[in-house]
Ligand binder design. Structure first.
Ligand SMILES: C=C1C[C@]23C[C@@]1(O)CC[C@H]2[C@@]12CCC[C@@](C)(C(=O)O1)[C@H]2[C@@H]3C(=O)O
Ligand SMILES: O=C(O)CCC(=O)C(=O)O
Ligand SMILES: [Fe+2]
Length: 356
């Protein structure tokens, strides 16, 4: 069991939790898409010009001389930040968004040609987390690991090359950025980079795990009843996310004491979120940020999320990030694949189950 695909093979997902409904044909939100309302669902209603530092996730300039400290501090306090001047070309980000829009604009019957099979990880379908809920998400996704060529050929038999070129270039650039961010983070945590040789390794079983998730959230007749992605933490070390710049509400992160805070799109910025495995590897110093995606009435929102983390056989050693000898280990040492399979069973409970 050396790859993520192999880790998922034993966890068959019911087709009901994979096949998105045909959103174009839905006039009214029915019971399957209605989520129970609670205070936990309320978003912080900030004035657009409310700049109080406590309520805005940090925006970090990658060319700032203090970038390492700023990134470390943002990871420690928020587990999330927006990055500008990151060197991923804006026209590439826009092209990737436009390829995603082209894909999701296909008729439902076409998109279903690439439906994710119950034991697989890639292709078209509801987000994997859907299996943990009885209500359906107002979302459709397309998951890519490596080359998207097999799926792209099914969607555009005579015209798949552009999609593949753009998406592969986009993944390469995000991988390079992930590696740079990882080196900064390891340094901040005092973890020698020799302990994570997979960062920067380009092939073989020691190479990083990565995936690109395209998310589409069609306009919804009653957004107050539905949810695009339910509250969750991402599994891997880092997620780098591009969201459409249309300033409608979408990505929200949860901050203790404040509630749900909107991550307002900043033109050209990429959102970086810390995930569960980085939380463990940092011995709990970096929170794994709880977030969700809400939907809206008028705009078809898209997001592109790139997940980056260690290979499945990598042994996480939280003790490497201990501040000193008296600092207790918060998590046990465990293999990435063991965490991934636990999360397939226990989803949001996994971290608390592991806590020492
Ligand atoms: C690499 C991955 C992370 C992810 C599961 C996946 O295999 C591909 C989809 C990813 C995603 C995107 C939406 C939220 C999420 C929790 C989900 O259901 O599917 C994440 C998964 C994750 O971080 O575990
Ligand atoms: O659409 C978004 O802004 C959130 C996407 C996300 O959280 C994910 O893909 O894990
Ligand atoms: Fe996420």
């Amino acid at each position: 069991m050396n790859t993520l695909l192999e880790s998922y093979k034993d966890y068959h997902i019911n087709l009901h939790h994979i096949i998105p409904l045909d959103f174009d044909s839905i006039q009214e939100v029915s019971d399957v898409h209605s989520w129970p309302q609670s205070n936990d669902f309320l978003t912080l209603d900030l004035e657009p010009n409310d700049k109080s530092a406590a309520s805005i996730i940090p925006i970090i300039d990658f060319s700032d001389p203090n970038v390492s400290k700023l990134i470390g501090q943002a990871c420690e306090t928020w587990g999330s930040f927006q990055l500008i001047n990151h060197n991923v070309p804006l026209n590439l980000i826009e092209s990737a968004e436009s390829e995603a829009r082209k894909l999701f604009s296909l008729p439902t019957s076409e998109k279903r040609k690439t439906l994710r099979s119950p034991s697989e990880a890639t292709g078209y379908g509801l987000a994997r987390m859907s299996q943990f809920f009885s209500r359906l998400l107002w979302q459709e996704g397309f998951t890519i690991m490596g080359s998207p060529v097999d799926h792209a050929k099914k969607l555009w038999p005579d015209d798949y090359q552009r999609f593949c070129d753009v998406i592969e270039d986009f993944q390469d650039k995000l991988k390079a950025l992930s590696e740079q961010l990882m080196l900064i983070i390891l340094d901040y945590l005092g973890i020698p980079k020799e302990e994570m040789k997979w960062v920067g390794s380009n092939s073989g079983p020691e190479c990083a795990t990565s995936a690109l998730q395209m998310n589409s959230y069609p306009p919804c007749p009653d957004p107050t009843l539905t949810i695009g992605l339910a509250p969750h933490t991402d599994t891997y070390f880092l997620t780098i996310l591009h969201q459409t710049s249309n300033p409608t509400r979408g990505l929200e992160i949860h901050r203790d004491g404040l509630g749900w805070v909107s991550v307002n799109p900043v033109h050209g910025a990429l959102v970086v979120n810390a995930g569960d495995l980085l939380h463990i590897a940092s011995n709990g110093r970096f929170p794994s940020v709880l977030h969700r995606a809400v939907v809206n009435k008028t705009n078809h929102r898209l997001s592109l999320a790139y997940f980056y983390g260690p290979p499945m056989n990598y042994q996480l050693l939280p003790s490497l990030a201990k501040l000193d000898d008296d600092d207790p280990s918060v998590y046990p040492s465990l293999k990435v694949k063991d965490y991934v399979t636990m999360k397939e069973k226990h989803f949001r409970e996994t971290l608390s189950m592991l806590k020492l």
